[in-house]
Design a binder for this molecule. Structure first.
Ligand code: ZN
Length: 357
């Protein structure tokens, strides 16, 4: 009798373990930094730009803050979270000095085609040929997840650029997208009310892109309240400061975004819903030039190097491999990787193959 009870208990325990393995609780936070170069990510401040009076208001200050003797020290002082913590717990792809390459497969090398590729897993050079506010004819993984039984209503997107409602096709997909200068609208908490007020009172330097702190805090407050399984956050400042030719602000913004991502990670470590269950994927929609020097401000198919990008991954079950070497990845692999993490069946429209993180 005793043995039979013991066997029954063992069978029940085995079933519990089986259930735990079957049910996928993985959450994904996908983040992009618009037009942030792999050069600064992996080698820090650029020697040709950091004291260049044409691009820097205060060269002495910028040099003191971000210039160090070696690329390793420079990247650590620029991006302390990425190089102090992420490099120890995750993976960094795209350092071309180590022959780790990440490339766009679209040939446009500007934002809408880049985001379309990242979010759908397939470049569309025939139809996505401008940054116009055109509803995306392609289906993003956000929409695929939202249309799956387990993902319904568990997706949210936040962007600094006001074209995201079209890239994600908010109208067709029904995914809530807070982008551009939109306010938070539902069940507002005190912080969201204050963010809405500040957003009116702190002018953005640009017409179609807001400052990233707003995008970030709208996303964070939403995550605290609604706990979506799949969150997309698109920071935009780096690209706009670069177009402005303002290297000082470009570096400060990258440094600040590193701290914003750290804040998201720390929130995810404290929050019962996200804790131990969340994968962070971070990338960019395009690169920028290096030669001639002024092409650092620019991108597009005519700018050498603007198709060179990077990818960072860390969190649940991501192997701690640090900086990668000798590999070739593509931006169209990000979307299928997210679908696989969320346990959603692959579809034939997706060109890229999922990464084994
Ligand atoms: Zn741009």
């Amino acid at each position: 009798m005793k043995n039979r009870i013991l066997l029954l208990i063992m069978a029940l325990v085995a079933m519990q373990i089986g259930n735990a393995q079957d049910s996928n609780n993985t959450k994904v936070i996908l983040i992009t930094l618009d037009g942030f170069r792999w050069q600064e990510l992996f080698t820090g401040a650029d020697s040709l730009l950091v004291t260049n009076k044409e691009y820097v208001h205060n060269p002495d200050m910028l040099k003191n803050t971000y210039w160090r003797d070696t690329p390793k020290e420079r990247r650590e002082v620029l991006l302390p979270f990425v190089w102090g913590q992420v490099s120890k717990m995750g993976q960094l792809h795209g350092n071309r000095n180590l022959d780790s390459k990440v490339n766009l497969t679209n040939t446009m090398w500007f934002s809408y085609p880049g985001y379309n590729e990242i979010l759908t897993g397939t470049a569309d050079d025939a139809r996505i040929t401008s940054n116009d506010k055109m509803n995306n004819p392609n289906t993003t993984i956000l929409e695929r997840y939202h249309n799956s039984p387990k993902g319904k209503g568990k997706v949210a997107a936040f962007g600094s650029w006001d074209v995201f409602p079209y890239i994600i096709n908010e109208e067709r997909s029904g995914i809530p997208v807070n982008a551009g200068f939109e306010s938070a609208t539902k069940n507002l908490n005190e912080r969201e009310k204050f963010l809405n007020q500040l957003q009116e009172q702190i002018p953005s330097p640009w017409g179609s892109v807001r400052l990233d702190a707003f995008t970030h805090h709208y996303a964070l407050e939403h995550m605290k309240k609604e706990h979506p399984n799949l969150v997309y956050i698109s920071y935009g400042e780096t690209d706009d400061f670069a177009h402005d030719g303002d290297y000082q602000s470009y570096l400060k913004s990258a440094h600040n975004t590193d701290a914003l991502i750290k804040e998201l990670w720390e929130f995810a470590q404290e929050d019962e819903f996200y804790k131990g269950q969340t994968v962070f994927l971070i990338t960019t929609d395009h690169g920028r030039g290096t030669q001639p020097l002024d092409t650092w401000r620019s991108h597009g198919s005519k700018i050498n190097g603007a198709g060179q990008v990077w990818l960072i991954a860390f969190g649940k079950d991501v192997r701690a491999l640090g900086e990668m070497e000798n590999e070739q990845l593509y931006s169209n692999q990000i979307a299928p990787t997210v679908l696989q993490l969320l346990d959603i069946p692959m579809v034939k429209e997706i060109k890229g193959s999922p990464l084994k993180l």
